[in-house]
Structure formats: C-alpha cells, structure tokens
Design a protein around this ligand. Structure first.
Ligand code: HEM
Length: 430
C-alpha cells in the first residue's frame, strides 16, 4: 500500500484498542470534519456544509488558531450564564404545548422531533447572537436551506466541474450564501462598532470576538472577518441537528422506561421543585445526566467519525500506513459486549454511576462527542441545553408514546427517528 497522505483506504476500526490513541499520540488532527458524512478529500463542494473554513474543517496550525478563538465561548462558566436564555426558549415552546393540551381537553399528541428541531434552532440564535437574535434566526433559516441544498445530492455521482456551472441549484446556493454572509457581516460590524460602550457581549459571538484580539497579540485579530463568519455558521451547522436528535432519543427512552421517568422526576422535584433550572442546579442532577449519557451511548447522533493516521501505526494488530483514513464506528463500539459488558445492548443509565471513564472496560469507550484535542467543542452546551429541556418537560408533562410511532432510526449524516416522534402529552400540576 502506498502510504502517501492521499491514501484513502478505509479501515473500520472496531476493537477494544483505543480508537483515538493514534491521533492523540501522533498529534495529527486527521481527516477533519465534525458532523460530516464523507472525508474531506472526497467531498465535492456541493457536499460541503455551508461553513467553508471553520474550526470543523481547518487542520494543523490553522485549526489551532480557530480553536483558540472559539474555545473560550464554550467555557463552562460562560455557558452557565446562557441557561436563562435556553430556559426562556424552552418555556415558550412548552407554553404552546400546554395550550394544545388544554385545547385537547387534557391531552394532545405532538410530534416532538420537529418541535426539538425548532427549539434547538431557537436556542442557538440568542445564545450565539444575544440581542441580535432576530437577525440570527434569519441567518439560521437561510443556513438550513443552504444545508438542505448542499446535502440534497450527497449520494449522487459527483462531477467536479458541476460546482462551477450556473445550474439552478448552484445559483440558489450562491445567492443564499451571499445573503448569509451579508447578514453575519452586519451583525459583526455593529457589534464591533459598539464594543467601547457596550462591550463585546456575553453570547458566543461576543466571546469569540473578545478572544479574537488577545492583548498579547497586539492589534492583529487572530481571525479575519470571513473566518469569524465561518465560525458563526459552524455553530448552526454543528450544534443543531445533533442536539435536537439527542432530545428525541431521550424522550423515546424515557417514555419506554417509565420507572426511570419516575426516578428522574423525583430528582427534579427534589433539586429544583417548580423553579426554572439554573446552571448550579443542573450540576446536581446526577440521574438526568446518566440518562442522557446512556441515551447518547445507544443512539449516538453521529454514528461514525474519521481520522487520518499521522504516522505509520498499529491498530488492533493491523499495520496502518500514514495517511490512511480510519473510520471509527461509534455505534458498534457503543454496543460491543467486550467493551460494555454482557448488557451492552440494554438500556442501563446506572452504568455511568461512577463517571464516563469508568462506565466501560476502556476509559475512552464513550465516543459520542469524540475524544482528544478535536473532541466536540459544544458538548457542555449540548448537555446543558438537553438537561434544561428534559427538566422542564418533567416538571410540566406526563407523556406516553403514540401508537403511531414507528421505530426506524435513520442514519443520514445524523441519527434521527425517520418518521418523527409522535408523543401524547398531558399537563402535570406540581
Ligand atoms: C448532542 C450533541 C452533539 C454531539 C453528539 C456532537 C458530536 C460531535 C463529535 C462526535 C465531534 C467530532 C467529529 C469529528 O471528529 O469528526 C464534534 C465536533 C465538533 N462539535 Fe459537536 N456535537 C454536539 C453538539 C455540538 C454543539 C451544540 C456545538 C456548537 C454549538 C458543536 C460544535 C462542534 C464543533 C465546532 C466541532 C469541531 C471541533 C474541532 O474540530 O476542533 N457540537 N461534535
């Protein structure tokens, strides 16, 4: 095998050996890309999600520069400040559910997976753009359309030249991309103009702008305007579907494990009663945390990730030449009895009782957020958001799965319930 960097032998890594160790030890970020379906070098522009050079797609020193700017925005203390925004968004969508339950005479069937898509979209706009959330929402909607167009031909035969042709689809993509960039440029420019009087702001954009010009770096920003725009787009692209599907699978598992639902509700009542959950209270919700982790283990929103070997290395007794792309099948590792024990296929949140690293025979077996330097930057954001939503549902509603539900997990980029998640909700007076 010719071990050049362009080698694209796909090796499925499925062993108890540490699947991320090669990359960690050899410091090679590898085939880049969070939340993606194909390795970058195989991806035609039409496949590319609409963030051109964000942290997800950068490599080497470029990636370090991007990650340095984006990282402070996801600091736990900063995220805690965003819990009020998250609970406001969750509260308003749940008021609509309550109204429907009222209209339905005490119960209503609601398709929750679509609702969670709306909710996670609503959350990302104000958390990313603060007071500019209305413009942020418009960016999001245009971005969603772009993403849909970009992936609509992902499984077709790809002809490179097509990306330059003014086809109807390309014209639409170019126009939308221009619109998104224009809207984001305006938001960023007005933030920069107000920084002396208002500061940068405590939202993801403000925190990123602040980190972009560190004092020790003089007046030269670490990222250009175009690069900041790409990072804003990354928040939508990387953090939306994954988070909403995690919520759908959590609700499915809660409704099919009523004994757990009861225990979680008891914990919620004990720790926060009827109050809106704050960042500090969320830390006390051990059972809710374990439940979410077990949901992610069995229904990981990303079922595979890829890494490129930075050196010749050995994985599970196989010699892997430098440049080889390794596909790491998270979904099968997460159900491997050698890793998780005989009950690997069963739903058992208590396996996480002593923390993520002790839940399996291997400390890095849990891979839903990947691991190492290129692990998910938004994992705390996603966990906080999910906890808030689940707590607020448990405080307000009892629920059961509608007989219309068809169990058909569909893995296209992210793992989602193919026919949605119809659930019957009833109001709960606490
Ligand atoms: C349940 C929700 C989520 C899951 C399961 C998830 C999963 C992952 C995984 C597996 C990776 C590594 C991908 C790879 O190496 O190819 C990743 C990377 C990333 N995620 Fe997430 N993610 C979630 C939510 C979020 C959120 C809410 C954000 C931001 C708002 C986010 C932003 C990112 C970014 C920027 C990266 C790239 C990091 C880098 O390459 O340095 N994610 N995510």
């Amino acid at each position: 095998m010719d071990p050049t960097p362009r080698t694209h032998v796909l090796v499925l890594v499925r062993s108890t050996a540490d699947p991320v160790r090669g990359r960690r030890e050899h410091g090679e970020p590898g085939a880049p890309g969070a939340h993606r379906a194909v390795p970058q070098e195989h991806r035609e522009p039409a496949h590319r999600p609409p963030a051109r050079q964000g942290v997800v797609f950068a490599d080497g020193d470029e990636w370090k520069r991007h990650r340095k700017v984006v990282h402070p925005a996801f600091n736990m203390d900063k995220l805690k400040v965003m819990t009020a925004t998250m609970s406001d968004c969750a509260g308003s969508i749940m008021s609509e559910w309550k109204a429907k339950v009222g209209e339905g005479g005490g119960a209503a069937e609601i398709e929750l997976s679509g609702q969670f898509e709306e909710l996670t979209a609503d959350v990302i706009s104000p958390t990313a753009f603060g007071a500019s959330y209305r413009e942020g929402k418009r960016v999001f909607l245009a971005q969603r359309e772009l993403l849909f167009l970009a992936f609509s031909t992902v499984f077709n035969v790809q002809i490179r030249a097509f990306r330059y042709l003014p086809t109807q689809k390309n014209l639409k993509i170019w126009k939308l991309d221009k619109e998104v960039r224009g809207m984001l440029t305006n938001i960023i420019k007005s933030r920069l103009a107000d920084k002396d009087t208002m500061g940068y702001g405590n939202d993801l954009l403000g925190l990123m702008l602040e980190a972009c010009t560190p004092e020790e770096h003089g007046h030269e920003p670490l990222l250009s305007m175009d690069e900041i725009i790409d990072e804003c787009k990354t928040f939508f692209f990387a953090g939306h579907d994954t988070s909403s599907h995690m919520l759908s699978w959590t609700m499915l598992l809660l409704s099919t494990h009523p004994e757990c639902e009861q225990k979680l509700r008891e914990e919620v009542v004990r720790e926060c009663g009827n109050e809106v959950p704050t960042g500090d209270v969320l830390n006390k919700l051990k059972l809710v945390n374990m439940f979410l982790l077990e949901t992610l283990r069995l229904y990981s929103p990303l079922s595979t990730i890829q890494r490129k070997a930075g050196l010749d290395l050995e994985v599970g007794g196989i010699t892997v030449p430098k440049g080889t792309v390794l596909t790491i099948p998270i979904a099968s590792i997460h159900r491997d009895k050698e890793v998780w024990g005989e009950d690997a296929h069963e739903f058992n949140p208590l396996r996480f009782e002593n923390g993520v690293t002790r839940a399996a025979n291997h400390p890095n077996a849990f891979l839903s957020f990947s691991g190492g330097p290129r692990s998910c930057i938004g994992q705390n954001f996603a966990m906080i958001e999910a906890k808030i939503v689940i707590v607020m549902i448990l405080q307000r509603f009892s629920f059961f799965l509608s007989p219309k539900y068809v169990h058909a997990p569909m893995d296209v980029i992210t793992l989602r319930p193919k026919f949605g998640l119809p659930m019957v909700l009833k109001s709960l007076e606490m």
